[in-house]
Design a protein around this ligand. Sequence first.
Ligand code: NAD
Length: 448
Amino acid sequence: MADRYLSFTGTAPGRLLTRRLGLPQPAALQRWTPERPSLEGDRLLLTAGKSDLGLTDAGAGANPSAGARTALGLDLTTAPSEKPAAVVLDATGVRDVETLAEVHAALHPVVRSVADSGRVVVLGAPLDPADHHQAAVQQALEGFTRSLGKEIGRGRTVNLVRLTDAHAAESTLRFLLSPRSAYVSGQVVEVGSAPADVTAPHDPDRPLTGRTALVTGAARGIGEAVAETLARDGAQVVVLDVPQAEQGARRVADRLGGTALALDITAPDAGTRIAAALPDGLDVLVHNAGITRDRRLVNMPAERWSSVLDVNLASVLRTTDALLESGTLRRGGRVVATASIAGLAGNAGQTNYGASKAGVVGLVRALAPRALAEHGVTVNAVAPGFVETKMTAAIPLFIREAGRRMNSLAQGGLPIDVAETTAWLADPGSSGVNGQVVRVCGQSLLGA
Ligand code: NAD
């Protein structure tokens, strides 16, 4: 299961040989650890066009060499930096093709110097339907971001955040500028303004303190990593899995100081039973449980179709409805569902799975505005690409190897990458992030 090619290219002879043969050159990614919780180096703030975001405060404007404490609560600097860990380009003020040239002018001289595993984050504005020039160049930023993501290399990522309110984007910027987003690249995230009654967390290191999170399918794989990461961030976790996996669920729950819930999520009364198990309510609901039953459509019996649709989509719809309607999901709550690049790109042998995961995307987009307006709950999805788990270890060698390399980072993601993305969406500070489908795929070529 281990990616031996990645280990090999990490050695000097491996690097030499793979470069000579023109083979992919994956770089070992820097991920979050307690010892190295952030990227080391400056975070450089650049601007294209005339921005109204007000990112640097007045003092920093007078003295650009000082670290500028910004409206985002992040330390950014406008002083030149030899090897920045991150570059944030505020392009919200770009409204025409002439000022779009400032994007090139700002990044062209610095992009080479961004450190390995570093970050480029472009800030854009929502597209203005009344101004097709502004809409054209703001959309241009998307093509720019995705193209730079494909060429930047060395474990560096490039993402675009469309925003109107810098404060509402703080948790998003904190995530994208940290090692937690190691496998998220080429993404476009829209951040709206946060509802006034939802406050940012007091402790950014443990933002989920005092919150309860339920993760389905958490006895192993990605779900286990999600439960672990939410617990790291302070949540009280409920580890749900099928009765056959109860032992594994208990083991995970015990390790995390949480509780296990043995329940088949497809049971018609699953929502009621979860509500009964959580009389004090729930803050974070992660729909992670999922199955595959691959066959080409011509060979697929109805049972394979219905079992996948039932676990991956119908139960997600049913339990979300039940927990919203019963009020179990409290105001300020979060729903994070699990889609897949197979639901975006389609995949041979997976008409059932692709349909179910595309269904999750439809659910998220339609429910998000209403759930926020009526219940104060955000609804988002993560869409993993190739992630190193038991599910992908079962794929035949050559297909597996292709899946691993066909992305900008030339490697598979780890369960922790999906977990970190989930934790960002679950963060109380992420109330402006709603109805988003965030791919955790190293910018996979599939469905791009
Ligand atoms: P996995 O098979 O390792 O784990 C899935 C867990 O869900 C298991 O513990 C299983 O017992 C549980 N589960 C299955 N049916 C259930 C049910 N009816 N009720 C309760 N629990 C149930 O899978 P994984 O690789 O960790 O994937 C997790 C999620 O991520 C799934 O939704 C999957 O579709 C999605 N995903 C995975 C990848 C990948 O590369 N591994 C890629 C895209 C999407």
